[in-house]
Design a protein around this ligand. Structure first.
Ligand SMILES: *Cc1c(COP(=O)(O)O)cnc(C)c1O
Length: 449
């Protein structure tokens, strides 16, 4: 099983190499050279399998013989120890809640698995990694939780003390173990600059720095599994499913499209974006123009003007798009339109959707999930779809992560999910660092070399 770069200028790698490499040297993204195909029989068997077992079977097909099956079984069991509720909204219309992981975001699914796979390969190669990450809030906690307790990897998080909410800060600073948190009296950009300088510094080379980048192939493959899961729990054999995916960088939807190419019976993917509508325009017209600067919308984790995983989607449909968004070979747009429909949902509709879902069905959505649900409603209003057709909209974060918005719209306080419960009482531990590179470098050398 080999992985090649979407820019075609770097040599193909095995899964473990691509995982530890992250982005290809030619700035492209790694994609499987051949997509494994599951038989109908194999897919049907998922109906009787636990989630972690399904994850091991599916990911095993993409990793090949580079990992023993019992190891993969063990890693998926460890990574997926939380619920995945499929909540009924109306007959055959569901919300899949991907918000029950430790940081209450769907990113836990990918980050926890990628972290464990990296740790496994580092053990094999007797190597260690030091992950540096700058955060304006959520990335730091997702990365920290994903790598917490792993023996081959240490994590250093830099955050701007005045730009992070108390709840966000506590999600990082109460962990301890292999997670070190550094506060800066500066802005997010200052943190980012220090991290970038460290990556480029030859003196730090033997610290084995890495970034756990969000475009890593190791974060994409785990995101196929919950699509199979929803289908296996809700759909009769031989029938197809419709998914609506609230999207920003398109990692989530790429997991779904890969699942479909692997054999999952999907009728349609609805790609729901916020005001950053570069993709729906492209899908309709074939002309791609990134939004620069990106537009600020309520669903803030989807404020992406140029989705980095779009290059992967274009590659799946026989096109070539480089990292800047320039199309070098046109994708098969007709085929793409057959599989995918896309819509932009504005902030007002997002708010109205949160309100109406709560008032009509007592279903609590947050802004990202509301974009997904609104996208599904829009699709259903424009297309003849049978009442028997199963449709699933993804909820990508827990409403308790957006208490102000929910309180203002609905007058209720969302209950804290298990991952966030009790956090107020935990003890924090972090150091303050002056905002200059010499101090940061000094800290790294004296604590990690
Ligand atoms: C990251 C994120 C998204 C967007 O996912 P992509 O894979 O970037 O499309 C949607 N919702 C939430 C809550 C997120 O954190």
């Amino acid at each position: 099983m080999l992985y090649h770069s979407t820019n075609s200028q770097s040599p193909p790698l095995t899964f473990s190499q691509a995982l530890l490499q992250g982005q290809a040297p030619d700035k492209g993204l790694y994609m499987p050279e051949i997509i494994p195909r599951l038989s109908e029989h194999e897919i049907r068997r998922f109906g009787r399998m636990d989630y972690h077992k399904m994850a091991a079977v599916l990911m095993g097909r993409f990793i090949g013989d580079e990992i023993p099956r019992d190891v993969l079984d063990h890693l998926t069991r460890e990574a997926y120890d939380f619920d995945i509720p499929l909540e009924t909204v109306e007959k055959n219309r569901y919300v899949m809640r991907l918000d029950r992981g430790p940081t209450a975001s769907f990113k836990d699914f990918a980050a926890r698995m990628m972290a464990r796979l990296m740790n496994h390969y580092l053990k094999r190669e007797k190597k260690r990694l030091l992950i540096l990450t700058a955060t304006s809030g959520d990335t730091g906690s997702a990365i920290s939780h994903a790598f917490l307790g792993l023996d081959r990897i240490r994590v250093v998080v830099l955050f701007p003390v005045s730009e992070v909410t108390k709840r966000q800060r506590k999600q990082m600073t109460t962990l301890g173990q292999n997670i070190t948190v550094l506060g800066l009296d500066g802005k997010f950009d200052d943190c980012q600059t220090l991290v970038k300088q460290a990556f480029a510094d030859p003196v730090l080379r033997n610290l084995n720095l890495s970034s756990a980048n969000s475009i890593n192939i190791g974060r994409l493959i785990p995101q196929m599994v919950y699509y199979f899961y929803a289908w296996s729990r809700l759909v009769k054999p031989g029938e197809k499913i419709i998914f609506s995916v609230p999207s920003g960088n398109f990692g989530d939807m790429m997991g779904g499209v890969l699942a479909m190419k692997t054999g999952l019976p999907v009728e349609k993917f609805i790609i729901a974006v916020n005001g950053n509508d570069a993709f729906p325009v492209y899908l309709k017209t074939g002309r791609y123009e990134k939004i620069d600067p990106s537009r600020n919308c309520l669903s803030s984790a989807m404020n992406v003007g140029h989705p980095s995983n779009l290059a992967r989607l274009v590659a799946l449909y026989n096109g070539v798009m480089d990292e800047k968004g320039i199309v070098h070979r046109e994708a098969d747009l007709v085929l793409m339109q057959k599989d995918i429909w896309s819509v932009s949902v504005d902030d007002q509709t997002t708010r109205e959707t949160i309100k109406s879902c709560w008032e009509k069905y007592q279903v609590l959505l947050e802004p990202h999930g509301a974009v997904g649900w609104a996208g599904l409603q829009q699709y259903l209003s424009e297309h003849p779809v049978s009442e028997d057709q199963v449709c699933v909209s993804l909820e990508t974060a827990h409403p308790a992560k957006f208490p102000e918005e929910i309180r203002q719209l609905l007058g209720v306080d969302p209950e804290l999910p298990p991952g966030l419960a009790g956090i107020e009482e935990k003890t924090e531990n972090y150091n303050m660092l002056p905002t200059n590179y010499a101090a940061f470098k000094d800290y790294l050398l004296s604590n990690f070399s």
